[in-house]
Design a protein around this ligand. Structure first.
Ligand code: EPZ
Length: 429
């Protein structure tokens, strides 16, 4: 199993290209199931989760080619990929595949809308919390689907097609918003989704579906209106820059000090998180090329944060921000409201010398002047990268184990950081 070795203490200086967003790429790839035409996606990041979803979609009959070729490109950077679901050969998404990646459950929307049936394994447990699927089931039932749970599978049927309706999400869910937006695009009549997720990835998906011929308005607000159409066509669509990758590197620079241009990053995708990074003492500037982050000399000020659905502070940056706060010159309180068990990085940060105590949904972080390198590992993607950030600022050597978590969501992490002066390398085996 690969590990990452980091020797901390270097400032970061230079430029980091920001990749296409993982969490936009996944639903956009799934949208290819909705048409027998080709959906071309530009700026698809080269990540383990993307490769896994390609395999899952292949199981349903989706063919793909990378810039005209069937194989992967050598470069390993974001690519253009063509997806074609000429024939759906299987409407079953088996446990072996769905259990590896929760987002693959989302195929239920397109399969049901296009084929009138879908049998998708329940995603099962997850390291960051229970993550149920009740909102998907209630929402699809509101569109007329008959749904049963049988032997760990959600079996959904709509032999005469889905029918538009009004559905109020009792809780904001990114995934359920994606799925209902896709399903309603091929339903008869109008659907109104209230209390919908407002994340930029929802807007990116709605733009793509509209380019395919859907009639969606209001994406990015909490009320989305979808006028159903009978069929969708192919389209060409570009994936937005990854706001979580942007925020992660911004926090890394805020912690180590230095001056880095995050190329292609967009401030409007993470206003709240960057405003908080600025409050910690870093300078954050939007330029024509991207976002510039700099911190020179000044200490790290403690700031309290609470995770919230967009446009609030994202849960996917909570662990990284905690990494930054471990070296602040005071006490900060970090409250997690989206997932009930997303503090597994706390004990690993403690190995580096961080002082953190947990009280229910909150972590109290007392900043320390120095961290010291150690052996660490984490059980999810964002937690792993928080350890990388802390290690970059720590004295001495850190080994981050279980690197496969990082490979799920960060394209060429060690290369991007080492080009900015970090001492970081992957150790294979
Ligand atoms: C998306 O997950 C992201 N994943 C997550 O990023 C992100 O943390 C999350 O949104 C919140 O922003 C992708 O986009 C692929 P939710 P999703 O449905 O859609 C509860 C990462 O690291 N809920 O918005 O699965 C749920 O348990 C990942 O990149 C129900 O109760 O999240 C959670 O408490 C991790 N019932 C809350 O809603 C349901 O039926 C929000 O989850 C569905 C969700």
């Amino acid at each position: 199993m690969d590990r990452i070795r980091i020797v901390g203490g270097n400032e970061l200086r230079g430029a980091i290209p920001i990749s296409g967003a993982k969490n936009a790429a996944l639903p956009l790839m799934i949208a290819s199931l909705m048409t027998d035409d080709t959906l071309t996606l530009e700026n698809v990041p080269h990540l383990a989760d993307v490769e896994q979803l390609i395999r899952i979609l292949g199981n349903h009959g989706v063919d793909y080619s990378v810039n005209g070729r069937r194989e992967r490109q050598d470069a390993g950077y974001s690519r253009t990929i063509h997806f074609t679901a000429r024939n759906i050969v299987d409407t079953v998404a088996p446990y072996e595949l769905v259990s590896k990646m929760r987002a693959s459950f989302w195929v239920i929307g397109p399969l049901l809308a296009r084929m009138g049936e879908a049998k998708v394994s329940l995603p099962g447990g997850c390291a960051i919390g229970t993550r149920p699927v009740d909102l998907f089931i209630d929402g699809l039932r509101a569109l007329g689907a008959e749904i049963e749970i049988e032997s760990g599978y959600v079996v959904a049927k709509a032999p005469r097609g889905l029918v538009g309706n009004r559905f109020v999400f009792p809780k904001v869910s990114v995934g359920a918003t994606h799925v209902l937006m896709m399903a309603a695009s091929l339903a008869k009549g109008e659907t109104i989704l209230e209390n919908a997720a407002r994340e930029p990835e929802v807007v990116n998906l709605a733009d793509c579906l509209n380019a395919m011929g859907a009639r969606i308005s209001g994406a990015g607000t909490s009320t989305i209106t979808i006028e159903g159409v009978t069929a969708l066509s192919g389209a060409r669509h570009r994936i937005i820059p990854d706001r979580i990758e942007t925020g992660t590197y911004a926090m890394a620079v805020a912690m180590t000090g230095g001056d880095v241009l995050l190329e292609g990053a967009r401030m409007d995708l993470l206003d709240k998180a960057l405003a908080i990074v600025a409050q910690t003492g870093a300078q954050v500037t939007q330029t024509n090329e991207g976002i510039r982050i700099a911190r020179n000399g000044a200490g790290i000020s403690p700031v309290d944060v609470t995770t919230e659905p967009f446009p609030g502070f994202p849960t996917d940056l909570q662990a990284q921000f905690m990494g930054l706060m471990t070296m602040s010159n005071g006490r900060s309180k970090i409250t997690e409201t989206i997932f009930e068990n997303r503090f597994m990085h706390v004990q690993e940060l403690a190995r580096l010398g961080a002082k953190i105590s947990l009280a229910g949904q909150s972590a109290i972080v007392d900043g320390v002047p120095r961290l010291k390198g150690a052996q660490v590992m984490a059980t999810d993607l964002r937690a792993s990268v928080s350890l990388v950030i802390a290690a970059l600022a720590a004295d001495g050597e850190t080994t981050v184990n279980r690197v496969y978590h990082l490979d799920r969501g960060f394209e060429r992490l060690e290369e991007k950081l080492s080009r900015c002066g970090a001492t970081i390398e992957r150790i294979s085996g």
